[in-house]
Design a protein around this ligand. Structure first.
Ligand code: PGU
Length: 444
């Protein structure tokens, strides 16, 4: 098999480590010829300290801050008006049913996960009446949340797809390039966001995808683009679809926020359904972290929509070979919660209500922050706060301003100026507005 990019990188890294560890072991041998003991240096002595993750590291720094007024707007995780994590009532209800069901056991589930969960997940994203599902052209595997679904999809493509280049939006979620590069794909970017308009650089997007090599994989954020909060309009999606199909590019949707953009699960799935409706192939990674609040349960799904049922079943057989040596089979609990909710009409309905409440609270935070900046007369046009959608606002604040707000106001956010609106409440809006006002007016 042709050496993959990741293999080459790992081999180079291994050679480098080998060279330095050989040197160290030589020194150890001459210092202590008998054997290693507690006074000899660690076999990991050569390791440099790795930096914290740019997103999850924000929480690490936040947790260390003793200030009572500290505010974490880094990670995209929903908080209540009281600033507390939220477990949805419908999730509690499903968990009770599961715990009280003594017929349940803890046996391994299949490599591909729970059958019910997979079927219902495909239905959730592709639509109840999707012809692709009815024709058995979709294979769905339960994975470890959105990240795991992307990674399994990327590993599968690196092994079995002829074109090893993936195009991701500029900018994008910080983990995307790592997930794809370490799976062995070559990562390129396409223009997406225009800082001047704080909107979509549609022309740039069309040009870059238009000049992508035929067959290239294109990562698309299904809705609520992270970090910009800027999505194409339905008409723009249609143009993107035509371009992708005419060039034979392969769409790979990342759906981490279904329901969070508009408050409607169906509306947020429209871009994906538009691509599936044309009969072409695509991949979709789904996460239940945000829309069901199941962050730490790690529940997600990868669906691959194929041309025929026969191809789909062969794809699934190969996905099993990708998954088995990675983690063997996925965990039961989170997927059982999701399946319990999705298959019960009344629980499903209750979920949509709670989801809408979360989406609406975020929208009201946008308005409140916008109003607070307006009332302070903060210089600049802040209308993008109410125009952008989903969990995040891409404020336009630079890394120095962010550092200033952290130091002076104990407000934590990613250095690219992204704030998680879901972490904000009516109580904390004035504090954030004061901080932004100070950062902008003091010429930081
Ligand atoms: N895809 C996108 C676009 C995301 O924003 C995230 C999470 C994921 C996938 C993966 O989520 P899972 O938890 O694996 O389902 N992004 C959040 C959460 C923190 C993180 O970086 O993982 C964020 O704050 O950007």
């Amino acid at each position: 098999m042709e050496a993959r990019a990741a293999d080459r990188r790992i081999a180079t890294l291994a050679r480098h480590l080998e060279a330095s560890s050989l040197k160290d072991s030589h020194e150890i041998v001459s210092a202590s010829p008998t054997s290693s003991n507690s006074s000899s240096p660690s076999v990991f002595n050569h390791l440099a300290r790795a930096p914290e993750d740019p997103i999850l590291g924000v929480t690490v720094a936040f947790n260390k801050d003793p200030s009572p007024s500290k505010l974490n707007l880094g990670v995209g995780a929903y908080r209540t008006e009281e600033g507390k994590p939220l477990v949805l009532n419908v999730v509690r209800q499903a968990e009770k049913l599961l715990v009280n069901d003594s017929s349940r056991n803890k046996e391994y589930i299949p490599i591909v996960g729970l059958a019910d969960f997979n079927k219902l997940s495909a239905k959730l994203i592709l639509g109840a009446n999707s012809p692709a599902i009815q024709e058995n052209r979709v294979t769905t595997v339960q994975c470890l949340s959105g990240t795991g679904s992307l990674r399994v999809g990327a590993e599968f493509l690196a092994r079995h797809y002829h074109q090893r280049t993936v195009y991701i939006t500029q900018p994008t979620w910080g983990n995307h390039p790592k997930v794809f590069a370490l799976a062995g794909l070559s990562v390129k970017t396409y223009r997406y966001y225009d800082p001047a308009t704080r909107g979509l650089n549609f022309q740039g997007l069309l040009e870059d995808l238009g000049s992508a090599p035929s067959g290239a994989i294109v990562l698309l954020h299904a809705c609520a683009h992270n970090p910009t909060g800027v999505d194409p309009t339905p008409a723009q999606w249609e143009q993107i679809r035509q371009l992708i199909r005419s060039k034979g590019l392969l769409p790979f949707f990342d759906s981490a926020y279904q329901g969070f953009a508009s408050g409607s699960l169906d509306r947020d799935a429209e871009p994906v359904r538009m691509f599936v409706a044309d009969g072409g192939e695509c991949l979709v990674a789904q996460s239940y972290a945000k829309n069901m609040g199941l962050y730490g349960e790690r529940v997600g799904a990868l669906s691959i929509v194929c041309k025929t049922a026969d191809v789909a079943s062969r794809v699934e057989s190969q996905l099993k070979l990708v998954i088995r040596p990675m983690y063997s089979s996925p965990p039961i609990h989170g997927a059982s919660i999701v399946a319990t909710i999705l298959k019960d009409r009344s629980m499903y309905h209750q979920w949509t209500i709670e989801l809408k409440e979360m989406a609406e609270r975020i929208i009201s935070m946008r308005q409140q922050l916008f109003n607070a900046l307006k009332s302070r007369g903060t210089p600049g046009d802040w209308s993008h706060i109410i125009k952008q959608i989903g969990m995040f606002t891409f404020t336009g604040l630079n890394s120095k301003q962010v550092a200033f707000m952290t130091k002076e106001f104990h407000i934590y956010m990613t250095s690219d100026g992204r704030i998680s609106m879901a972490g904000l409440s009516s109580r904390t809006v004035p504090h954030l507005a004061d901080a932004i006002h100070a950062a902008v007016t003091r010429g930081v």
